[in-house]
Design a protein around this ligand. Structure first.
Ligand SMILES: Cc1cc2nc3c(=O)[nH]c(=O)nc-3n(C[C@H](O)[C@H](O)[C@H](O)COP(=O)(O)OP(=O)(O)OC[C@H]3O[C@@H](n4cnc5c(N)ncnc54)[C@H](O)[C@@H]3O)c2cc1C
Length: 373
């Protein structure tokens, strides 16, 4: 898809007034905008960067699966996987999912829960998820003493492509999508939000801030009442040469280690990087890159001799326990009327984006239009 097509929707002056302003055109803002525009809501999307995928979305590995230990995430991830598999949901007419399989490794004590999850997933999606408890290796992944939930129909998507498709669909449904426009402030005037940008002001029925890691230190008017912190996420790309086997995407729920294949001969590997307050453009940490290779060798033994090609570092927004405790709270109030901040996705915003966007659009529509009437 041509980036120009995404960048040009609704050029010219910003409208003086719309139903909803979405701040940030990462995968979350794009999903929300697409869902609002298809419901006939007037939407403006404002993105400070001149290119799509400037934040967490552009660096993301895009691994998607239905299973998650966190029931809030699992509830969003399952219907989201259905959307990623369905060609009819996409402007391109092509489902974005690369169904290389997804392996979730867990402590053997979790076998019963994983087996039940497989039944639930298969019942909802008609898939062939299964528990593997009696093997040392599955789908090219050593289980290192764990058991595994295998989802053969899951895998990964390219997050920037998904974002571009949604922005294109939003534009086709009448949304104004502007890259290179920074929001400086959201102020309350007459009980409604006014979005102040370097390209003029827009008054709105409601504002949704989908600013990813910028939510930790947002512009005035967009600070959510529940604290958000940014945390570093760093991944390393390594060469995968024969006899190293093809493998599925994988996460070890005991350690947070993960990996995914990139094309025919590369693999992305990652390990939690507990650096808080990290900017999205921080330099990769070579010590962490080496430690990641070493830790992942338990699951991918061929890593011991693989060439390391590059490390990519970015950050995501992390909500605290309060955000996790409030199951349905995908939107946090900010203190400015009708202005909401999307919850932090804690490193998992791609696998939840389709369903999260749908639910946020519903909530936001109710807020923007009901009270305007
Ligand atoms: C290296 C890495 C690997 C990951 N791997 C996975 C994975 O395998 N699976 C998964 O599900 N998740 C993964 N994640 C997490 C996932 O990518 C994020 O949760 C998701 O991309 C967050 O999207 P977002 O739209 O909320 O934020 P972002 O993509 O950061 O978008 C926010 C946007 O807001 C814009 N913005 C900020 N402030 C302003 C302003 N004042 N005015 C205008 N625009 C503004 C920014 O420029 C940015 O484009 C990974 C993340 C990283 C960094």
């Amino acid at each position: 898809m041509s980036p120009d097509r995404i960048l040009s929707s609704g050029g010219g002056e910003l409208p003086a007034r719309v139903d909803v302003v979405v701040v940030g055109a990462g995968i979350t803002g794009a999903s929300v905008a697409h869902q609002l525009a298809r419901r006939g809501v007037s939407v403006v999307v404002l993105e400070q960067a001149r290119r799509p995928g400037a934040g967490a979305t552009g660096a993301s590995g895009g691994m998607v699966r239905a299973y998650d230990q966190d029931p809030v995430v699992a509830e969003l991830a399952l219907p989201s996987l259905a959307v990623y598999r369905d060609p009819a949901c996409w402007a391109s007419g092509r489902a974005p999912l690369h169904a290389v399989g997804a392996v979730s490794v867990a402590d053997p004590g979790q076998a019963l829960a994983l087996g039940e999850a497989a039944v639930r997933i298969n019942g909802a999606l008609g898939t062939s998820a299964r528990l593997v408890a009696d093997r040392a290796e599955v789908c090219g992944i050593r289980l290192a003493g764990g058991v595994a939930l295998v989802e053969p129909e899951a895998g990964w998507v390219a997050p920037t492509e998904v974002t571009g498709d949604w922005l294109l669909q939003a534009g086709a449904d009448g949304a104004v999508v502007r890259h290179g426009v920074r929001v400086h402030e959201v102020a309350a005037r007459g009980g409604r939000p006014v979005v102040v940008t370097d390209a003029g002001e827009v008054s709105a029925g409601a504002v949704v801030a989908a600013v990813g890691p910028w939510a930790a230190d947002p512009v005035p008017g967009l600070r959510s009442v529940t604290p958000v912190r940014s945390r570093s996420i760093q991944v390393t790309i390594v060469e995968r040469r024969p006899p190293a086997p093809h493998h599925a995407t994988f996460v070890d729920l005991r350690t947070g280690l993960y990996a995914k294949p990139v094309g025919a001969d590369r693999t992305l590997i990652g390990m939690p990087h507990l650096v808080w307050g990290s900017p999205v453009d921080a330099e990769p940490d070579p010590v962490h890159a080496r430690a990641t290779v070493s830790a992942l060798t338990a699951h991918l033994p061929w890593l011991a001799t693989a060439a390391q090609l590059t490390a990519v570092r970015a950050a995501d927004a992390y909500g605290g326990p309060a955000a996790h405790g409030r199951a349905a709270a995908l939107l946090e109030p900010t203190g400015v009327p009708h202005t909401w901040s999307v919850r932090g996705w804690n490193g998992g915003g791609v696998k939840t984006a389709p369903e999260a966007g749908r639910r946020i659009a519903d909530a936001c529509l109710a807020d923007a239009l009901t009270e305007l009437a």
